[in-house]
Design a protein around this ligand. Structure first.
Ligand SMILES: [Zn+2]
Length: 277
């Protein structure tokens, strides 16, 4: 966003919302991805109702002072909020809280390249995948079971040929979501899955880890599929939980051994390579 859009939103010393920010004692942010941290804190203020839709955000200077960050960081944070539909900007008039309650969920696509964010998305997927597997065990038809089994076998075949199994893996989980007979599982899982694909691909693509990981993934998939076949809802849930726990562990392990650590981003943080990188 051009700097002047935010500049003009300054001079809000008597603004009620500025007081709200001041009360939050955000202090200096010591870490790493400062724009992301500032964006998350501002997003919290907005979603908590501290700023109502249509309210003008404090100016770039004021926010920069409060968070102890540069104006460039604030600009980047506001740009992220704009991508998420939380903020709108009006040329020459500053940044305003968007009418986000009527917006669809829109996470910043850039989170798929931030390891900690990917792990958080995978945590969220864990609950959904587990319940989807449990419902699939109760509701799947024979045709759906065949589709799940075909998708599972395809993952195994591709990994045996040392190919890229990530798309096939997504199809396996999608077949389970379809067998819930609840289209919202499919919709939400489709949405979330896109953010973890680059990390999963990076973790599985590495030769030294590929054999190990492929064997683990195959065993976990068989456990889920077999529980769904037996219509054992509790076992399907447990197997899916285990698969997601192990997936998180695999991404972390790959991060340690494979993914480049960006020293400027602090401990435990790494950029996940883009899939085409
Ligand atoms: Zn899987």
């Amino acid at each position: 966003m051009p700097a002047q859009e935010v500049d003009k939103a300054g001079c809000l010393s008597d603004n009620r919302q500025m007081t709200e920010i001041a009360k939050l004692k955000v202090g200096r942010i010591p870490s790493v991805n400062r724009a992301e941290e500032v964006a998350r804190k501002l997003a919290d203020f907005i979603r908590s109702g501290a700023f109502s839709p249509g309210a003008r955000l404090p100016g770039e200077h004021a926010i920069a002072d409060q968070f102890g960050v540069s104006r460039a960081v604030v600009r980047e944070a506001v740009a992220r909020l704009k991508t998420e539909g939380l903020v709108t900007t009006r040329q020459g008039d500053g940044a305003f809280v968007g009418d986000w309650r009527s917006e669809t969920l829109h996470l910043d696509p850039a989170i798929s390249h931030d390891l900690e964010s990917v792990l958080m998305i995978d945590e969220l997927r864990k609950g959904l995948e587990a319940e989807a597997a449990a419902f699939a065990a109760l509701r799947r038809t024979d045709a759906e079971m065949r589709k799940i089994e075909t998708a599972r076998a395809r993952v195994a075949k591709i990994t045996a040929a040392r190919g890229d199994s990530v798309v096939a893996d997504v199809a396996f989980h999608r077949a389970i979501a379809e067998a819930t007979h609840n289209p919202y599982y499919v919709a939400v899982l489709d949405y979330l899955t896109q953010f973890v694909v680059p990390a999963v691909r990076a973790s599985r693509g590495h030769a030294a880890l590929r054999e190990d990981f492929a064997r683990e993934v195959e065993a976990e998939h068989i456990e889920i599929a077999e529980a769904i076949r037996r219509r054992d809802s509790a076992a399907a849930r447990a197997a899916a939980q285990n698969h997601l726990d192990r997936a998180l562990a695999r991404i972390r392990r790959a991060e340690k051994e494979v993914l480049p650590q960006d020293k400027t981003r602090g401990r435990g943080r790494a950029r996940v390579p883009r899939p085409d990188a």
